[in-house]
Design a protein around this ligand. Structure first.
Ligand code: ADP
Ligand code: MG
Length: 702
């Protein structure tokens, strides 16, 4: 197994990469050791990794605290103010636990206020009248500002409305760090510039020193932030493209080209339906990829039900008809079994045998299967991690499909690569059912080619979606639901999300169940489903609904997963605006699966942006984009777990264009100077190694 998985396609594991990071080489002035006021501060600085002036200047603020003016202060709320000391005195009042107090009258252009410093009598000498200070603390009920954190500041930081806020540790406050940075600001002139001059000129970007000054002091304009964002996006894209190139160039995959006897027959005779246009395009892309000896690295994105399995099976059959083997790996046994069944149903038995290998495959069957894989008697296998265990040997693995690919680690995918004979790699098709917008895809999976299945296979019916805001609309909604029920259809009623407590949520669902059984749907059979029920009771409720014995299923969001009842044509969601866009989209996916047209009724404020989005489109990718726009990248559910590279300056999707520019330059650099050996790329190479570790540039061949 290759020791480093850098060549496999893993969304960035930032912790690992940051841990591997080495620092920029610094010219001497930046290498000067930091001098701090006392041993406590020195220890704190060392704990933060701040040993030199260079370290300090590279220690960028975590965020910025909006500075408030004195008139904007609200009692009880923490806030940062930038003020000038007018008067300062030590009060030797020694009541209340003997706390020595320093009281200062401080002012900004909007007013003045009394500030209290606890336990630091020496501040009287350090902050004489006229000193400018950044204070962080809160106003108490008597309109005194209790100071938690303070430091001297230079010019008018209040002018730009925010103050840098650093990650700190005991013994060194954020304001003290800012003051320290100010003292060493002269060192900024020595900071190296990793961006090639030509790129900076074309993009009109300020140099790195100016941009760092902006990060610390907030001086300069938006161009400085843009510059730092561009740098981080460029480095990210370079690392992704490099990783992709390393896998591609250091191993070859078998060329799968002319032979089509099997797939041609399968497509025309055995596949029980015509392909959607998106599926057809995906097959073309795969054909193109596998006809080259460069290993395929394609990500197939399509929601549940979009027909990914057909596409994956095609890629696998292409290997088989060339006398080679193919494997599909899924993260759980349930998924593997599901794929196995789908593939069996899509693949008439006389075509070939296909194996299933999971942790619970009985020993005898497993042995038989392993020997058949080794002799090539079996050419198609579906399984879990069990597929990449040591004893598994393939005679000629040529195509590998990885489902829910983000759930596998670097090593696991490298292990799958290693199952191909000799030094070769298999062509890999990754699959994911989570729709993500292009901006995120680029930053997360920039080392893969993308194919999207947007169009749902025929037979799926569009769902009409309404937002109901008034009591009249509610009454009409129940009328419509009763009409559907009388016509023999079924309905879901989803109760409000109660994030804080499953118990409360269960109670609310129970109450709604009782109300609907007694009132709106008293002529029908209503069942209840929530997370607090015993497994047997859940099964019973689901069974009753699935068999059609129950007309209405009142549920908490547990139905998001798992239920397939084509006869259900209505979904009513209470307090729908409490749910996230993707959750609502998933919920709505439970209907529109049968022959009848379906109806989704979202109860909530008409103007709620999420509900408007749901009403306007059924496209999961479009909805993911809206979600991103509404919430910003940091909030997007799931992205963190997926290992999305954390961006400190760039903001997606706002910086989508900047990302595209960075991608373009990265591609250009990657093709002109892949190993960054030209002199104008030397500092860029350092920066890349600094951020992503030495393996960002090294070939991975052992
Ligand atoms: P996914 O893996 O993307 O969730 P599947 O490949 O399992 O989706 O397909 C979902 C269902 O749709 C399966 O029953 C499959 O047989 C069917 N299906 C796939 N492609 C088509 C198509 N082009 N036309 C009709 N049905 C299709
Ligand atoms: Mg599937």
């Amino acid at each position: 197994m290759p020791a480093t998985g850098f060549a496999s396609s893993e969304p960035f594991d930032h912790e690992k990469l940051e841990a591997a990071a080495i620092r920029y080489p610094r010219p001497s002035r930046l290498a000067v050791a930091l001098e701090l006021s006392g041993p406590k501060a020195s220890r704190a600085a060392a704990a933060l990794g701040l040993h030199t002036v260079g370290d300090l200047l590279e220690h960028l603020p975590r965020d910025r605290r909006e500075a408030r003016t004195i008139t904007q202060l609200v009692p009880g709320e923490s806030a940062t103010i930038v003020v000038e000391v007018r008067r300062i005195t030590s009060r030797s009042v020694r009541r209340r636990g003997m706390r020595p107090l320093v009281e200062a009258t401080v002012a900004d252009e909007t007013g003045r206020i009394k500030a209290t410093f606890f336990n630091q009598p020496w501040l009287v000498g350090r902050y004489p009248a006229g000193t400018r200070l950044v204070l962080h603390g809160s106003l108490n009920a008597r309109r005194r500002f209790n100071v938690q954190d303070h430091a001297r500041t230079g010019g008018s930081a209040a002018g730009n409305g925010s103050v840098a806020h650093y990650s700190t540790t005991e013994g060194l406050t954020s304001s003290e760090l800012l003051a320290l940075v100010r003292r060493h600001a002269g060192g900024l002139a020595n900071v190296l510039e990793p961006l090639p001059a030509a790129v900076r000129a074309t993009e009109r970007l300020p140099d790195r020193p100016a941009a760092l000054a902006f990060a610390h002091f907030g001086s300069g304009d938006g161009a400085a932030r843009r510059r730092l964002a561009f740098e981080e996006l460029l480095l990210l894209q370079l690392a992704l493209l490099r990783r992709r190139a390393l896998r591609r160039d250091t191993s070859a995959a078998p060329v799968i080209d002319s032979e089509r006897a099997l797939t041609a027959r399968w497509l025309s005779e055995k596949l029980p339906f015509p392909l959607t246009n998106d599926q057809a395009r995906a097959l073309e892309a795969i054909d193109h990829d596998i006809s080259s000896s460069r290993p395929m690295q394609r990500l197939l994105m399509g929601e549940v039900g979009s027909g990914k399995t057909v596409v994956a099976l095609y890629a696998m059959l292409r290997a088989v008809e060339h006398g080679m083997q193919a494997a599909m790996m899924a993260p759980t046994e349930t998924l593997a079994e599901q794929h196995f069944r789908t593939i069996q149903s899509l693949l008439p038995h006389e075509l070939m045998a296909i194996g299933l290998l999971t942790g619970s495959t009985p020993a005898r069957r497993r042995e038989d299967l392993l020997s058949k894989l080794e002799t090539r008697e079996m050419s198609l296998v579906v399984g879990t991690h069990a597929l990449i265990e040591d004893p598994v040997r393939f005679a000629s693995l040529a195509v590998a499909v990885v489902d829910e690919q983000h759930r596998f680690g670097v090593r696991q995918r490298a292990a799958l690569d290693a199952k191909a004979p000799g030094d070769s790699s298999p062509h890999v098709l990754h699959m994911t059912a989570t729709p993500i917008p292009r901006t995120l895809a680029l930053s997360q999976y920039g080392d893969l080619d993308f194919t999207v299945l947007r169009e749902l296979p025929r037979g799926r019916r569009p769902v009409e979606t309404f937002v109901c805001s008034t009591e009249r609309e509610r009454a009409r909604a129940y009328d419509r639901i009763r009409a559907e029920l009388r016509a023999g259809r079924q309905a879901f009623v989803v109760c409000p999300l109660v994030e804080e407590s499953e118990l409360l949520q269960a109670r609310a669902a129970t109450a709604e169940f009782e109300r609907l059984s007694a009132e709106e749907f008293r002529d029908f059979t209503v069942v209840l489903l929530h997370g607090q029920m015993r497994p047997g009771a859940k099964q019973q409720a689901m069974g009753a609904f699935a068999s059609g014995a129950a007309d209405v299923l009142v549920a908490t969001s547990v139905i998001e997963v798992g239920i397939d009842v084509p006869n259900a044509t209505v979904m009513l969601v209470e307090d729908a605006d409490r749910y996230g866009i993707s959750q609502l989209h998933q919920l709505r996916g439970r209907i529109g699966r049968g022959a009848h047209s379906s109806l989704c009724l979202l109860f909530g404020p008409r103007e709620a942006p999420r509900l408007r989005a749901l009403r306007s489109t059924a496209d999961g990718f479009r909805l993911a984009e809206v979600d991103l726009e509404l919430r910003g990248e940091g909030e997007l559910v799931g992205t963190r777990q997926h290992g999305l590279a954390e961006l400190r300056f760039a903001e997606l999707p706002a910086d989508a264009q900047l990302l595209e520019r960075a991608r373009m330059y990265a591609q250009r650099i990657e093709s002109d100077d892949p190993e960054l050996q030209l002199p104008e790329h030397a500092l860029l190479a350092d920066a890349l190694r600094g951020r992503y570790g030495a393996e960002a540039l090294a070939p991975i061949r052992a």
